[in-house]
Design a protein around this ligand. Structure first.
Ligand code: OAD
Length: 278
């Protein structure tokens, strides 16, 4: 449907934000690039280094569930590079999302990232939907077991590039092998957490603004989320490059710079905003 509003200027986005009470934000790897975490598909992104290191013509294979089930060692040789690191600090964009929450304007943050930085910035778990899962837990891939463990229990092996095995299976097996413990991040070929569809169902009704930051929108089904909101609420893309899909406004540039300019336009200089609670 044709949108019933027009947003054509940068200042209009600030105006929308000032009035918004239920912002839905959708973010991808671009929001963590300034934290030193490479994105996936840019020229020097993770897929470029994966292709070179493992000689893969399609580096996305590293996240394919069939490939993992055949041979998990390649994923675990690489996994230490994408594990959340305790010393990494959230970006100004992460902090802006937390500020939206503290100013009571954030309805939900849909994140494709597994770095945990939105949480570290202060966005509550209740407000966050981790569309591609997280390293917080891991599950035994043995069909007979499916035991879930805390991510911290496999962190030393993952950091060392080793394949973590399930202790429970090991005890029950004859050959002492045990099922592979797979971090609960969503691989290609796996379903997204139910929470994604559950939250979308209610958020589509409630939202009054969609902000999309730092994603190439090349991975379904998350790539379909903006279209669900388009025409119902104004939608804004903040990204280094144009991506497929319709947005009412496209603000091209580094997301931290755009956020800084938007905050200046809004007059949000008050750092004490953090005193508001969700
Ligand atoms: P991509 O690497 O595909 O896209 C990142 C986007 O952010 C690109 O369009 C960049 O131009 C843009 N970008 C980079 N730095 C930026 C910055 N500082 N400011 C603004 N924009 C910037 O990453 P995602 O879209 O997040 O899934 O990738 C989606 C999924 O593909 C990931 O969650 C991962 C991957 O396969 C799984 O592993 C399941």
């Amino acid at each position: 449907p044709a949108p019933s509003f027009r947003v054509s200027h940068f200042a209009d986005v600030a105006h929308l934000l000032r009035r918004a009470k239920n912002v839905v934000a959708l973010v991808g790897a671009g929001v963590s690039v300034s934290c030193g975490i490479p994105d996936f598909r840019s020229a020097h992104g993770l897929y470029h280094s994966v292709a070179e290191r493992f000689g893969l013509s399609d580096p996305q294979q590293i996240f394919c569930i069939d490939h993992f089930e055949d041979d998990p060692s390649m994923f675990f040789e690489f996994a230490s590079q994408i594990m959340p690191q305790p010393h990494v600090r959230p970006s100004p964009t992460h902090r802006f999302l937390a500020e939206l929450q503290s100013r009571r304007r954030l309805l939900r943050l849909y994140s494709q990232n597994i770095d945990g930085l939105e949480k570290r910035a202060g966005v509550s778990e209740q407000r966050t939907v981790l569309c591609h899962g997280s390293f917080l837990t891991a599950t035994c891939t043995s069909r007979a077991c499916k035991r879930r463990v805390k991510g911290t229990s496999i962190a030393p092996q993952v950091a060392a590039g080793l394949v973590p095995r399930c202790i429970k299976c090991q005890k029950n097996s004859d050959d002492d092998s045990g099922g592979v413990l797979k971090p609960d991040i969503v691989f290609f070929g796996e379903k997204l957490p139910n929470r994604v569809a559950d939250c979308l169902e209610t958020d589509i009704e409630k939202a009054d603004l969609l902000l999309v930051f730092g994603t190439s929108l090349q991975v379904a089904p998350v790539s379909k989320i903006p279209a669900m909101f388009y025409g119902h609420v104004p939608s804004v893309l903040v990204n280094r490059e144009l991506v497929a899909g319709h947005f009412d406004v496209e603000l091209l540039g580094d997301c931290d710079d755009v956020v800084a300019a938007l905050r200046a336009e809004l007059g949000w200089h008050d750092r004490s905003a953090a005193r508001y609670v969700d």
